[in-house]
Write a protein that binds this ligand. Structure first.
Ligand code: HEM
Length: 468
């Protein structure tokens, strides 16, 4: 670790200001933003709008101890060259729970074993695999004559997109070259052109999701009204999403869809990819899109994607095949969306921000909100690393090919401290997700219209707010 230098008075005594955690907690807005890293207090207000990871992670952690989230997103250089300029003092009442010490020790052990380094031979193999999938998909779609071959081509294209998402995810976390701008540049150009999804959008949304995983008001990955609400907490009263900067209400349409969400889950997943195109373009064309590092390049790469996909689809001899090709290729990627959602949707959700004490600091928050999916090693390629969601959430920059190795170390710490470690099989994880959606759906059916407003409130909310 690389703590910032403490100021020294002329007589050699430390002249650094001393604070209590409660003092720091008051500086918790975008305009007045302090954080704690390794017991030292930093006023990063003037940095928030320059932060390469965007303002959202900083604002979500404002006023809090960021030691672990910081360690997991930044290299040694950031500690050495950037942080010291913002130092304002140190806290006197920070305690480090035993389990946190152990999880930090795991990180050091992973570093010691060299597991944070990428084995480029792995990506050479994956590159060959992606190339084989892509060219096979094009061959079947363009060079063969039968409708069956065309639809098989669409299926292989869907598998290509699902598999390539693994690389996109690794790049988005700077987990390949471990150089922020290099990985992002590859993602924003080649990634966008082959996948059709904005890397800048993905990083903005996904990094926020990591920092405030399963927070009702802050995690965009569980803010899916009008279609889904993974828990009754999400619709028991209207809330302002800090990510979307809009209020999510629970009106008649929302109530109807959520009441049937467990039945809609798989059909919607088959169309989920179209939503990602919309989200990508919405961000790039909006004023928030200015936060995207390579906005114009990204937009150009997305146009390249739309052009080649349209060219392949329109090369089909009939309109029926064109529509079939588009629908099948996109529906196959449902595997990706299901894999992502089952990692979190059956887990705990909460209001506001975590990281208040030892019951919801970085590691515990991630473990409460995230589950692994137990898969045999021979299927690791299929699940693209997303099956080790716990290890990924605890150490987001750990390369994909080392997550299985980290699993044993993490499980040992959980076992030692009695911390639940969730790892059902793939089908059980699906069943848990459907069950969570069904529970919320049944709750939604009981929701009653708020007489003064256009939205519904759940029976749970009414019970919680009952007077007398
Ligand atoms: C609340 C505390 C913070 C959080 C949660 C946070 C989170 C993040 C995230 C999620 C990224 C993007 C990582 C990626 O996409 O690979 C990032 C990047 C970055 N952050 Fe922060 N950040 C915090 C504070 C800071 C501070 C105080 C500084 C500088 C003083 C800083 C400097 C950087 C830099 C330079 C990068 C680019 C990546 C790199 O060079 O390693 N961050 N941060």
């Amino acid at each position: 670790m690389y703590p910032g230098k403490l100021g020294k008075a002329a007589n050699g005594t430390s002249n650094i200001k001393l604070f209590r955690m409660g003092d720091v907690a008051k500086h918790n807005t975008r305009d007045d933003l302090w954080i704690i890293v390794d017991g030292l207090v930093y006023d990063v207000t003037r940095y928030v709008d320059r932060h390469p990871g965007g303002w959202l992670p900083l604002v979500n952690m404002a006023g809090k101890d960021c030691t672990d989230v910081f360690a997991n997103y930044h290299g040694a250089k950031v500690y050495r060259t950037l942080l010291p300029a913002f130092l304002v003092g140190k806290v006197t009442d920070l305690t480090v729970p035993e389990h946190v010490k152990d999880f930090r020790a795991v990180r050091q052990e992973l570093l010691r074993r060299g597991l944070f380094k990428t084995d480029m031979r792995y990506y050479a193999k994956m590159g060959t695999w992606y190339f084989a999938l892509f060219t096979s998909a094009l061959y079947l779609s363009l060079a063969c004559a039968s409708p069956a071959a065309h639809m098989l081509g669409a299926t292989v294209m869907g598998i290509f997109w699902q598999q390539l998402a693994g690389l996109g995810h690794d790049l988005g976390h700077s987990g390949v070259s471990h150089m922020f701008y290099t990985d992002m540049c590859v993602g924003s150009t080649i990634g966008n052109a082959l996948m059709g999804i904005s890397t800048g959008w993905w990083k903005r949304s996904h990094n926020t999701h990591h920092v405030v995983c399963n927070s009702v008001e802050n995690d965009p990955d569980i803010q899916h009204l009008p279609v889904f609400a993974v828990a009754a907490k999400i619709f028991d009263h209207p809330y302002l999403s800090s990510y979307h900067n809009k209020v999510f209400n629970f009106g008649a349409v929302e109530r109807f869809l959520v009441a049937h969400q467990h039945l809609l889950f798989y059909p919607v997943m088959m169309f989920a990819r179209f939503n990602l195109y919309v989200q990508s373009w919405t961000l790039l064309l909006s004023s928030s899109g200015r936060e995207v590092h390579y906005r114009r390049i990204e937009a150009a790469a997305l146009v390249v994607y739309a052009t080649w996909v349209a060219a392949v689809a329109l090369s089909m001899p009939t309109w029926a095949e064109t529509v079939g090709w588009i629908l099948i290729s996109h529906a196959v990627t449902a595997l990706l969306h299901v894999q992502i959602t089952v990692s979190h949707w059956a887990m705990e959700t909460y209001h506001g921000h975590g990281y208040n004490d030892e019951t919801d600091e970085w590691y515990i928050t991630q473990l409460k909100t995230t589950m692994n999916v137990a898969t045999p090693e021979c299927l690791d390629w299929l699940h693209i690393g997303l099956q080790f969601q716990i290890e990924h959430h605890l150490y987001p920059r750990l390369p994909r090919h080392n997550l299985r190795k980290a699993r044993e170390l993490v499980r040992a710490v959980c076992a030692k401290h009695g911390i639940p470690y969730h790892e059902p099989g793939f089908f059980e994880a699906n069943a848990l997700t459907i069950s969570a959606l069904r529970d919320a759906a049944l709750e939604a059916r009981k929701a009653k219209r708020d007489p003064g407003h256009g939205f519904y409130t759940s029976a749970l909310w009414e019970a919680m707010n009952a007077i007398g």
